[in-house]
Design a protein around this ligand. Structure first.
Ligand code: AMP
Ligand code: MG
Length: 489
């Protein structure tokens, strides 16, 4: 058995799909963290991963047997503006492996040097964004949100120049694939119908094999992509997650969260909350995410038109029917998620306005999103009931909301037990709080990964109250609040 059982398929696609490219060898790499549990799931030898040979692979110093490194090409709409050619400007696909779950996974280095798609960039990554992506993507996985994963993070032993000099690092990212809406858009914009078809066939084989048996596999694939995105966005919103850069090149075809740039979990609730320093218009605010995903999926529909196989009118009608299901699927999942968070059996037409009231109450009382629901689930305990009440600006405001909540619960007929279980499984106690991530990054910049490790470990069990972890649960103090997040690329 080799150390990594590469089983590559993307590399067999025509050369217009990628450029073969080697990584820049890191001069003096060193470990930040490895993910042994994920390695096992991928059938990767854990002792190899943690060996010098493993470090050589993760830092671009050696091409491991079976790896065929390449940079993928794609296009995309960034903040609504069209870029005909983006592509992996600082990433390389090392190859694919088949996991123990029988799913094919990409193994990719992020920050491994320039490629033909780097444009003005250096192709490198700084240690801060690498630590952020490691922590947040693994936290998302633990919450049960479809996401790319982090297999390893290493420093390169070389500085990168951003606003200041920063230690360079490489993240090894694992994904069901790195195909995005922008990959389809690239070939669509080039009028390359043959490659569009090849890509669609590849995506169906890899991600949506059931589409094969249907009357129009392209349509079936599209419908499934729409469904997965709608479910994904509902999950982001359930946990107060703001992606921050929902560009079409960051909208992955398998429905996983990808590209943890200026992402953040909200602390104080506001539906129009934005963290990203580059999102000046609030385009990707928490509450706008469904709208933006829908927009991205419309761009995908457009790109699929040439291979839909029907006349234009029929194609347009079928695409808009599929897009209409986005709202239905999103709403269904969103309301089910918030019903669970509130310990209610469902939010029907009678109870749905209560969710609006809840959001308005949280907004006007400037309540921390995660603490609100985490305290609510523990509010049969007087200590937590008091904490919950203290989140409101006045006890009266708390009384009004709690009164409405009690009434609805009673009317719904849900048992105390079921209500408790719903809340316990929907309301995490620990999220990757921005100030905690920031603290882990600042320590990491000094070569101290203890805060990163400690935070990561807590976030592995986000729904379980852990002894001595109160400080990880707490909202930031006024001086700790992170106002803005940065791509850092
Ligand atoms: P992102 O904002 O991370 O989705 O990246 C958008 C595009 O910019 C992609 O084509 C990236 O590969 C490219 N890019 C981001 N950072 C760098 C960098 N440091 N060097 C080269 N290309 C980059
Ligand atoms: Mg991207």
């Amino acid at each position: 058995m080799s150390a990594v059982n590469f089983n590559n398929s993307y590399a067999s696609l025509p050369e217009v799909f990628y450029t073969k490219q080697k990584a820049d060898p890191a001069p003096a790499p060193s470990w930040i963290k490895t993910n042994d549990a994920l390695a096992k799931k991928l059938g990767i030898d854990v002792s190899f991963l943690n060996s010098n040979a493993g470090l050589d692979m993760l830092s671009g110093r050696a091409v491991t047997d079976g790896s065929y490194p390449l940079a993928m090409v794609y296009a995309g709409h960034q903040f609504g503006g069209w870029s005909p050619r983006l592509g992996d400007g600082r990433a390389l696909l090392l190859g694919e492996v088949i996991g123990t779950d029988n799913i094919r996974y990409d193994i990719q280095l992020k920050g491994s040097g320039r490629t033909p798609y780097s444009r003005g960039g250096d192709g490198k990554a700084a240690v801060g964004p690498v630590i952020r992506e490691y922590i947040v993507s693994e936290a998302m996985a633990a919450l049960g949100v479809p996401t790319t994963r982090a297999l390893a993070a290493v420093t390169t032993g070389e500085d990168v120049i951003r606003e200041t000099r920063l230690p360079g690092a490489i993240l090894t990212r694992v994904a069901q694939s790195h195909i995005r809406v922008g990959t389809f858009q690239y070939f669509y914009a080039q009028n390359d119908k043959a490659s569009l078809k090849t890509l669609a066939d590849y995506v169906i084989d890899r991600h949506y094999p059931k589409a094969h048996g249907t009357e129009n596999p392209i349509q079936a694939m599209y419908n499934s992509i729409v469904t997965r995105q709608a479910k994904l966005i509902a999950l982001w919103m359930k946990y107060g997650f703001i992606h921050g850069v929902m560009n079409t090149d960051n909208c992955q075809i398998a429905g996983e969260t990808i590209d943890y740039g200026p992402c953040a979990y909200m602390d104080t609730f506001h539906p129009m909350k934005v963290f990203s320093s580059i999102d000046e218009q609030g385009r990707y605010a928490w509450g706008k995410q469904p709208h933006l995903a829908h927009w991205n999926l419309s761009r995908l529909g457009e790109a699929l038109m040439p291979i839909w196989g029907k006349d234009d009118d029929t194609t347009t009608a079928e695409i808009s029917t599929a897009l209409d299901t986005f709202s239905d699927t999103f709403n269904e999942n969103f309301y089910a998620a918030f019903a669970q968070k509130l310990g209610l059996p469902e939010l029907d037409s009678q109870s749905a306005p209560f969710l609006e009231t809840t959001f308005e109450t949280m907004t006007s009382n400037k309540i921390d999103f995660t603490l609100f629901f985490a305290h609510l689930r523990r509010s049969t305990d007087p200590t937590y009931q008091e904490k919950l009440i203290n989140l409101f600006e006045t006890p009266e405001a708390a009384g009004i909301w709690l009164g409405q909540w009690d009434t609805l619960k009673a009317k719904s007929g849900i048992s105390a037990n079921d209500s408790q279980t719903a809340m316990d499984t929907a309301n995490p106690i620990y999220i990757a709080r921005n100030h905690r991530v920031e603290e882990a990054i600042q320590a990491g910049l000094q070569g101290n990964y203890e805060p990163m490790n400690a935070l990561h470990d807590i976030l592995q069990n986000p729904f379980t109250q852990q002894d001595g972890a109160e400080t990880y649960e707490a909202a930031p103090e006024a001086t700790e609040i992170v106002q803005q997040t940065f791509c850092g690329t």
